[in-house]
Design a protein around this ligand. Structure first.
Ligand code: BTN
Length: 245
């Protein structure tokens, strides 16, 4: 994939900009990066606090040639790529289903995948936020978040991080498009996540909460959970919160 990087000092949200560019016909590989976001977005309408130079705020446009049922695996592909980029810095990341990257049990990175329709067909925008240094997080986040600087003791240059991240994304996105790509990505994700199976979790959905033990992923990345009342399958879009229990 050819990555073209558009850099902004301040932007509302790199995902919003990438979606706009995708709707206008941007090619696969267009990346938006900003030093600061004024309206950074997390999953489920949450805010992603995006102070100047405290994080990597990075989004890119994909035009996948995949069966629709496998589209959710794009976020797993991004998760594996972020994992490996952080592991390359000497960290030992874990991936919490569906796409939170944790180090020492604290969140260091989040991924937000969104879709846009355009004349060129469906585009997927993948937004990645990685905490570079401790930020003025509100107390409820401060206890559960960490950063590269906190974990490694040194500040990482944003461009170096982008370089290694795009290399990894390019690799695993190609893997996803291979014949056995979807199962390979699930397998790669499994090797990097303690959440794959045997983890006691409580998943809060819109209208109910499920408590049980994780039992692997479906072929599209949905999470199987064994509960006292039987087996349940949770689609990525359903999850409000998933916590150890
Ligand atoms: C989450 O864990 O809730 C997902 C967070 C995703 C944050 C990134 S930062 C770059 C991109 N732009 C946004 O507005 N959101 C994503």
């Amino acid at each position: 994939m050819n990555f073209t990087i558009l850099r902004f000092d301040t932007i509302d949200s790199t995902n919003t900009e990438a979606l706009k560019q995708a709707r206008a016909g941007a090619d696969e590989g267009l990346c938006i990066v900003a030093r600061q976001q004024t309206a950074g977005r997390g999953r489920h309408g949450r805010t992603w606090i995006s102070e100047k130079d405290a994080g990597l705020y990075f989004s890119f446009v994909l035009r996948p040639k995949l069966e629709t049922r496998f589209l959710p695996l794009i976020t797993f592909t991004a998760g594996v790529s972020v994992h490996d980029t952080l592991a390359g810095l000497g960290l030992k990341p874990d991936i919490k289903w569906v796409n939170d990257i944790l180090v020492n049990g604290k969140k260091i990175s989040g991924i937000l995948a969104e879709t846009a329709d355009s004349d060129g067909g469906l585009a997927v925008v993948v937004g990645i936020g990685i905490n570079l240094k401790p930020s003025n997080f509100p107390p409820e986040i401060a206890e559960t978040a960490t950063s590269i600087e906190t974990e490694t003791g040194s500040f990482i240059n944003r461009d170096e991080l982008i370089e290694s991240l795009t290399r990894s994304i390019d690799h695993y996105y190609n893997v996803l498009h291979n014949e056995a790509g979807p199962e390979t990505i699930v397998r790669e994700w499994r090797r990097r996540s303690t959440y794959f199976s045997g983890k006691r979790v409580r998943v809060v959905l819109e209208n109910e909460a499920i408590t049980g033990t994780t039992d692997g992923l479906e072929e599209n990345g949905a999470l199987r959970i064994k509960t006292a009342g039987g087996n349940r399958i949770v689609q990525a879009g359903d999850v409000e919160t998933l916590r150890n229990y």
